[in-house]
Design a protein around this ligand. Structure first.
Ligand SMILES: *[C@@H]1O[C@H](CO)[C@@H](O)[C@H](O)[C@H]1NC(C)=O
Length: 216
C-alpha cells in the first residue's frame, strides 16, 4: 500500500520541484567563432573561417601599466571585441586596471556585464550598491590574490588604499560590456542636461550644478 502511494506521489513531487526551480543557461553560439569587425562599427558578418588566423584571437600589451597621471589617478585598459576581434559573439572580455595610491576608478556600471575582479598587486577598496529602494552598499578591502564580483548593471567603484600601485584584472561577461561613468553621464552629457533638472534632482544650488557641469 505504501509503495503504491509513493509511486502516485512521485510525479506530483517532481512537478512541484520543477515549478520551484529556476532554470538559467548561458546563451550558446551557433558556430565555433565569428571573427569580425566590432558590432559597434555596424558589421555582423563573420570573417571567412578559412581566412581566420591565430592573431585574430590574440592581444598583446596587458603587461604594460596604464598611465594613471590624470585627475582620478586610474587607468583601465580594455580588451573588448573592439581590441580583440576573435571575442565577437563569445560573451566574455577582460580589462587591466591600474590605480595609483589613493586614486579611484570612479562609480560606474556596465549595462551588459557582470564583472569579476582579481587583485594582482596592492590593496584595493571596492564596493557596489544595489537597486532602489534599499540602495544597500557592499564594500570590502581586497589584498593581492583576492577576488570580488560586481553584479551586472550595479554601480560600483574601486580605490587604492595602499602605498603602492594597484594592478587588477577584471573579466566581464560580455564582449562589449559598456561603461556608464555616473559623473560623466549625469554632469557631462552632450548636449548638457538642463541645470534645472539637476538642481531639483540633487537638491543643490544652481552654482554647484554649473560647477559640476564645468568639471565634467
Ligand atoms: C601620462 O599622461 C600624462 C598626462 O596626459 C602625460 O603628461 C605623460 O607624459 C604620460 N606619461 C607617459 C609615460 O606616457
Amino acid at each position: 500500500m505504501a509503495i503504491i502511494n509513493l509511486s502516485l506521489l512521485l510525479p506530483i513531487l517532481l512537478l512541484a520541484l520543477s515549478l520551484s526551480v529556476v532554470f538559467a543557461v548561458d546563451p550558446s553560439t551557433l558556430q565555433d567563432f565569428c571573427v569580425t569587425a566590432p558590432i559597434s562599427q555596424g558589421t555582423s558578418i563573420c570573417k571567412d573561417p578559412k581566412l581566420v588566423e591565430a592573431n585574430d584571437f590574440f592581444f598583446s600589451g596587458l603587461h604594460l601599466a596604464g598611465n594613471t597621471s590624470n585627475p582620478v589617478g586610474s587607468k583601465v585598459t580594455p580588451v573588448f571585441a573592439s581590441q580583440l576581434p576573435g571575442l565577437n559573439t563569445l560573451g566574455i572580455s577582460l580589462a587591466r586596471i591600474d590605480i595609483a595610491p589613493w586614486g579611484v576608478n570612479p562609480p560606474h556600471l556596465h549595462p551588459r556585464a557582470t564583472e569579476i575582479l582579481t587583485v594582482l598587486e596592492g590593496t584595493l577598496e571596492v564596493g557596489f550598491i544595489t537597486s532602489n529602494p534599499e540602495n544597500r552598499h557592499f564594500t570590502k578591502n581586497l589584498q593581492k590574490g583576492d577576488v570580488f564580483v560586481f553584479p551586472i548593471g550595479l554601480i560600483h567603484y574601486q580605490r587604492n588604499i595602499g602605498y603602492d600601485n594597484v594592478v587588477a584584472i577584471a573579466a566581464l561577461s560580455s564582449q562589449n560590456p559598456g561603461v556608464i561613468t555616473i559623473g560623466n553621464a549625469v554632469f557631462g552629457a552632450t548636449p548638457v542636461i538642463s541645470s534645472g533638472v539637476l538642481v531639483k534632482a540633487f537638491q543643490l544650488d544652481r552654482t554647484v550644478i554649473n560647477y559640476l557641469q564645468s568639471k565634467f
